[in-house]
Structures are given as structure tokens and as C-alpha cells.
Design a protein around this ligand. Sequence first.
Ligand code: GLY
Length: 392
Amino acid sequence: MAGAGGEPVLVLGGGLMGLAVAHALARRGESVLVLSRRRSEAAGFVAAGMLAPHAEGLEGVMLELGRRSLERIPAWVADIEADAGLSCGRWRCGIVVPFASAAERDAYPTAGRGVPLDRAGLEREVAGIGPGWRAGVLFPQDGQIDNRRSLMRALEKACTALGVRFQEGSEVLGLDTATGRLDGVWTRTVQGQEQRIASRRAVLSGGAWSARLLPNLPVVPIKGQMLSLQGPREALRRVVFGPGTYLVPRRDGLLVVGATSEPEAGFSDGLTPQGQRQLQEGIEALLPAAVHWPPMERWWGFRPGTPDQAPLLGPSAIEGLWLATGHYRNGVLLAAITAELTSGLVTGAGTADRGLEELLRAFRWDRFEHWDPSAQTVASSIRRDPVAEGVG
Ligand code: GLY
């Protein structure tokens, strides 16, 4: 189903959220055009791919949204894999959160939703875990997707197979709202050509860059630095989610290590000695043997942060423009539910799950209606890593 005059739905941003929404729209029969400035910068390529509503200690409506998305992941992945003919690299490997004491463990917000571990249990689940950890929780229901090597490629191929079109290297300069609603967007190609693309329906999925198009949107970049090591295959069979550092083993032994959380860094490119030291110290504390594993890659990227660390979903203040951004630390987890919700809203089909529409209210942009961008409250509200603060 195409819009007025055969106009495509425009997806503004070709990262994980843009691809997931484009794919869901195409599955609902829409013609879709994805406008993307530079996909390689997308947080979807940078993240570790954890599916971790419980291990991340989410609470309240965020835990509810995360749990609902986790439930949808198997079917979402199956659809992508069927359309793409490629694996997404999903692994329900379980996540262990280690603590220095049983009291710390029992105070963790999601402790009651996992299996409590003592020191012997920790050693059983994570062979070679560092000596400083006396207790833990295993969340067998959490897991991971190999986002960098599999998911992003599979999603792009699934979109292409369903007829989604892409304009890579296209920067969206502005929204045409002259009639009081969305009528189109202005873009500039890498060759410097400016053009207007007409459409009365668009989804903003610009990740950390979303506020460049809507300056009142409370989304700021929260830089994260990461690295990877090549471990022996099966040396680690659970994700280990420590304070300030986590270890995500892929099935072939690659160990993805994340991540700093640097609200003050803005969009500053590059690795820093302090950030890399934090990760090295985290590896040593969590899994001492891994400090001897060969280094593979180091990289950084920008999470889209919001003042309450929750995404912006649903209609925007502009008629015809919907939001799918601000997913901060939980983009891979929340992509499935974001795609379902957003495609249901854009097409008018809604979702069969009425409770979900109710839950969506908690994530609408107007919870920040009185937010003052000049007060710079987003970055200062984002929790810094304990390790970066020298606490852990
Ligand atoms: N989800 C983990 C992170 O953003 O570092």
C-alpha cells in the first residue's frame, strides 16, 4: 500500500531502528524509502548486541517494554532470516551479573527474576571468573544477537528483498511543514545536490543525531568505547555483565567488551587512553585469563540518550512524523517492539496487543514538553559508569 500519489513512507535514518521500522513497514505492504547519511556510524554497528532487560536492571515501564520486546525477538528474528536468507546470530546464552556480596545482589532491581548464585555457582557458570565476585544472578532468559557481523546485514538484505529503497549518503536538511503538517523533506546528497522528497508520512530514526532535525527533541550522544579479543571457542558461554564493563562471547570465541559511557564527550571521535584503560581493568576484574587473549578491534560510537534513559516512540508534535529514537543502552533489545509499534501507527493498523498501546503512552515525546534544551539536562541526568568514576 503506497501513500498519496504513490509516495513512499520516508525513514529518516538507516541505522538499526530505521532498518527495523523499514522492514516492518515493507512487511505490511508499504513502499519505503530509507534516507541515510552514513550507516557505518549507526549505533547498531557499535553495540554489543545484548538482549538484557533483566541483566541491565531495568525497572518500571522500561522493564515492561524490554520484556515485551524480548518475547517478540524469536519471531522478529525468524521473519528477518526468512526474508534475508541470512542468520541474525541470535543466541539465548543467558547473562550472569556478578556482585561483590550477596547483599548487593539481593538489592539489584531485577534480582527476583533470575537465579541467585553463590561463589560456587558463579564459578560453575563463568569458569575463571575473577576472585573479587562473591555472588551473582543468572538470567537465563536474556541473551544476545551478533549485531555487528550478522543482524545489520541480514536486516538490510531483508529490506532489499521486500523492495525497500535506500538513499545512502543523503543528509536530511529539514522537514517541509509549510502547510502545518509534514509534506516532505529536503535532502542533500554526497555530491552536494539538494532535493525535496514529497511524502506525508515519515519516521525519525536518526539515533544520536535525531535532534539535528528536531532541535527540541531531548536526545544527546552518549559516547561508548569498546574492543574485542579472540578467545578460545567456548571459553565463555554466558555474557558477563559487570559494573562498567561487560563481556559478550560470540559462538566462534570472539569476545566483545563494552563499554564506556561518556555523557560529556558529545560527538568527539576517537578512543581515549582512559576509556581503554577502563575496559582493560574491567576485563582483568571479570575474567583475568582474557587479558592474554589477542586483541582484535577497538571502536567507539554514540548512543542516543534521553533525560530519563527511555526511548521516544509514537507520534511527534508534527502531524505525519513519528518517532523511533532515543533507545540509549537498549536499542538491539527494543528494535523488535519499536518496529511493531511504529509500523502499526504509521499504517493505521495499530497492534493487536491493546496493553501495548497503553504502554506506549509512557514513551511519547510530550513527557518532555517543558524540557529546556538550553539547560542541557540530558547529559547530566545520564548515570556515569562506576568504573569511570573510580568506584568499581
Ligand atoms: N547496552 C550496553 C551499552 O549500551 O553499553
